[in-house]
Design a protein around this ligand. Structure first.
Ligand code: SAH
Ligand code: MG
Length: 220
């Protein structure tokens, strides 16, 4: 699949990234070995930067898997809380196990269920939303979580370049046509006012979106 930057450059840049606690590093290696699709290292560092820059204290995550990224967020600071949604029971159970193992149950609330359903009745509000689940539903997750976003909040989505498929039809197999179309529509949507986004070619593609509340006034 598509390599966004020169492989040597990427290796070099990733080698500069400081690792996490030993326990989290261990969970990264274990998850990668078991092919759990956890966030890439460069994406992880970008997420850390954004949490720190925006002073995000409450995070909504869509797609928990084994809890790796939730734990990463929680390790940024003891005052950070994470609500994370997972629909696959086996994954959810592994996440609960890891969250307890890391003694982070006080910071992380993992909820079992389909995010589309859970978001409809979600009332809590958050400083940051991280979308990392079924790629066909990004727009739905995004629109549903808008009501849960605090002023000045940010919505981040992982895997938006879908290993190059989003960029070029050359990489799109028949079975991935619909997902690819949906992802392209999503990226068009978040690049229209009142949203302002950047899409970074790191990991599998990461989009970062803010809402410009006064977008109309500013353009007059
Ligand atoms: N954020 C995790 C990785 C998540 S992998 C990390 O970086 O550590 C994506 C997860 O999203 C999978 O476990 C999958 O079961 C879950 N998922 C996919 N669609 C979902 C949906 N509609 N609702 C809830 N979870 C979903
Ligand atoms: Mg991902």
């Amino acid at each position: 699949m598509m390599q966004f930057i020169n492989e040597n450059a990427q290796k070099y840049l990733i080698s500069m990234i400081k690792s996490n606690s030993d326990a989290l590093e261990e969970l990264r290696v274990k998850s990668e070995n078991e092919n759990v699709p956890i966030i890439h290292r460069d994406v992880e560092n970008m997420l850390k930067l954004l949490v720190k820059m925006n002073h995000s204290k409450s995070i909504l995550e869509i797609g928990t898997a084994v809890g790796y990224s939730s734990l990463m967020f929680a390790e940024i600071g003891a005052d950070i809380t994470v609500t994370t949604l997972e629909r696959y029971e086996k994954m959810y159970e592994k996440a609960i196990f890891n969250i307890e193992l890391f003694k982070k149950s006080n910071q992380i609330n993992a909820i079992f269920g389909n995010a589309g359903d859970l978001l409809k009745s979600m009332e809590k509000t958050f400083d940051l939303v991280f979308i990392d689940a079924a790629k066909s539903h990004y727009r739905e997750f995004f629109e549903l979580s808008l009501k849960n976003l605090n002023k000045g909040g940010v919505i981040i989505s992982d895997n938006v370049l879908f290993k190059g498929r989003t960029v070029s039809d050359e990489y799109v197999e028949r079975r991935n046509k619909t997902i690819t179309r949906n992802m392209r529509n999503y990226l068009d949507f978040i690049n229209e006012p009142p949203f302002f986004s950047v899409i970074l070619p790191i990991g599998d593609g990461l989009s970062i979106t803010i809402i410009e509340e006064d977008a109309n006034e500013k353009n007059q």
